[in-house]
Design a protein around this ligand. Structure first.
Ligand SMILES: [Zn+2]
Length: 120
């Protein structure tokens, strides 16, 4: 789904994006003039190759996510602790794109299959 920046209320609105087997839903809240805070959960299952033994396995995903959508270029301010920002240039937040970029970030972490996990 997509929502225009100007339609995000300061009290927040629900959003959701679903594709493949991963669902991303939560709440979008106006944070500043050009920033919208999207806090939610990535949930579902993906197939993943174990980062230790290289066996493919089904990885359950249940990950709290906090990402900021910026209307236009995001300028880092000093002492600003916002790290996770995605920029949009057409006045619209694309939650499918946020879902994809958060899932990509999750995938790039190390994940171990059941038998490697119990070895630890
Ligand atoms: Zn493994």
């Amino acid at each position: 789904m997509t929502i225009e920046f100007k339609k995000i209320p300061s009290l927040g609105t629900r959003f959701e994006a679903h594709a493949d087997s991963i669902h991303f839903s939560g709440e979008a809240v106006k944070h500043s003039k050009t920033l919208v805070k999207c806090a939610g959960v990535l949930e579902g299952e993906i197939s993943h190759v174990c980062d230790r033994c290289a066996e493919a396995f089904v990885l359950k995903v249940n990950e709290a996510v906090e990402v900021f959508a910026s209307e236009g270029i995001y300028h880092d301010k000093e002492n600003d602790e916002l790290l996770n920002v995605v920029e949009f240039f057409d006045g619209v937040i694309d939650f499918n794109l946020l879902r994809e970029s958060e899932l990509e970030a999750f995938r790039s972490d190390y994940h171990y299959c059941g038998s490697c996990e119990t070895d630890n």
